[in-house]
Design a protein around this ligand. Structure first.
Ligand code: NAP
Ligand code: ZN
Length: 412
């Protein structure tokens, strides 16, 4: 395999700290010196891999599942986690959702994967240990962890509660924690997490069906909130791509009393989308006539598509001044023609997951409206099959791994 450089816009978010780990894993003094983006990823991986293995307080052995190369094949993998620090909680993982981002990472679609990668950022379980500084959680609590593992805590975005946009954000897997170790995600039996990045899970939500809220849920909730769709009713909203993110977007939009149109490549999804998810309209995006007949009908569109596509036809569906928010992260740039932007004074913007406060707020909203995801629970020996089916767009609508095995899903 040729040497890869970190070059795409998306991978810019994944900065690497220099190899000078701080001694205490729970210290918020994040390392501010970053390696050059042009450093070949292969040498980067090697140096960081060596560093992670020698991190002194990583004394806990964990069983998990990792991808080791671009085949994306997942195999059992034993690794170490840090001891539970003063600000940490330890979570026995019960369920972990399979996000398309896991697939992108397992196959190194974005050219940034540090193998072996233990994916999983839709993590839900029970707290088994709390550090001495942790006041808001106790043993036995239901807890959720999404994408965030560490942020600088000092920049304007961290201070204003938008820490997901911190320039030094580190993710729950394929990231670098404060102690310099590589982070490993939720395809594993337990997690040690800084309690700042942990949320509570309302008692009325089934644990398996709530797990995908930690990424899919917050990723669609945050831009809806940002665009005032929680307060105002009756807007005409489009959701492009009816997958993990898309289906929960439909549920939120309906709970907030909007008119929802699904824009999909899959005719087979129409009946169920209307009857079960409550979608008001369904446009087959591969049908030019249908797309043409719905021009200028929507106020807001959320694009959740994981593969390369053109934004032109989607933009045409927006009214003048309408907004398209991109959350899907294809490996190649999407086509963005200027004419539909100019002729409709339309706005295109992006959005990445949400802050911890927003995630907790979303959890409460889900508790109140009894919103969970439509999931297919799989055992840990079916992860590869699930990833293959996800790649083929064959899931309604989210796979969730029964990590603890044998748990009674909907009763937890
Ligand atoms: P998913 O379950 O696979 O859903 C993606 C949907 O996109 C599919 O169900 C399909 O819907 C549509 N699609 C797939 N291939 C397509 C193609 N070639 N052309 C047009 N549409 C296609 O994936 P997901 O877990 O929802 O994630 C979606 C994307 O969001 C991924 O790229 C993921 O990495 C990204 N993501 C971003 C964030 C963020 O913070 N911004 C967070 C999480 C995930 P139809 O069958 O209806 O067409
Ligand atoms: Zn995700």
């Amino acid at each position: 395999m040729g040497k890869k450089t970190i070059s795409s816009d998306f991978s810019h978010r994944y900065k690497r700290p220099a190899a000078s780990p701080t001694p205490n894993s729970s210290s918020p003094s994040i390392n501010l010196h970053f390696l050059s983006h042009s450093l070949p990823l292969t040498s980067l991986s090697l140096s960081l891999g060596a560093m992670a293995q020698t991190t002194p307080n990583h004394t806990q052995t964990v069983s998990g599942w990792a991808a080791h190369d671009t085949s994306g094949k997942i195999t059992p993998y034993t690794f170490s986690r840090r001891e539970n620090g003063a600000d940490d909680v330890t979570i026995k993982i019960l369920y972990c959702g399979i996000c398309h981002t896991d697939l992108h990472h397992a196959k190194n679609d974005w050219g940034i994967t540090m193998y072996p990668v233990v994916p999983g950022h839709e993590i839900i379980g029970i707290i088994t240990k709390v550090g001495c500084n942790v006041t808001n959680f106790k043993e036995g609590d239901r807890a959720g962890v999404g994408c965030l593992a560490a942020t600088c805590l000092k920049c304007e975005y961290c201070q204003e509660g938008h820490e997901n946009y911190c320039d030094e954000v580190q993710f729950v897997y394929n990231g670098i924690f404060w102690d310099g170790s590589i982070t490993y995600g939720g395809y594993s039996e337990f997690l040690v997490a800084d309690s700042r990045y942990v949320v509570r899970v309302p008692e009325n939500l089934a644990m398996d069906a709530a797990a995908p809220l930690l990424c899919a849920g917050i990723t669609v909730y945050s831009p809806m909130k940002d665009n005032n769709l929680l307060e105002t009713k009756g807007k005409r909203i489009g959701v492009v791509g009816l997958g993990g993110l898309g289906h929960i977007a439909v549920k939120f939009a309906k709970a907030f009393h909007h008119h929802v149109t699904i824009i999909s490549t899959s005719p087979s999804k129409e009946k169920e989308a209307r009857e079960r998810l409550g979608a008001d309209d369904f446009i087959l995006s591969t049908n030019a006539e249908q797309m043409q007949s719905k021009k200028r009908t929507l106020d807001f569109i959320l694009d959740t598509v994981s593969a390369h596509h053109s934004l032109g036809p989607i933009l045409e569906l927006l009214k003048v001044n309408g907004t398209l928010v991109i959350v899907g992260a294809p490996d190649k740039p999407v086509d963005l023609p200027s004419f539909p932007l100019i002729f409709g004074k339309r706005v295109v913007k992006g959005s990445m997951i949400g802050s911890i406060k927003e995630t907790q707020d979303m959890m409460e909203v889900c508790g109140k409206h009894n919103i969970t995801c439509d999931v297919e629970v799989v055992s840990s020996d079916m992860i590869n099959e699930a990833l293959d089916r996800l790649a083929k767009n064959d899931v309604k609508y989210r796979f969730v791994i029964d990590i603890a095995g044998g748990s009674s899903p909907s009763k937890l």
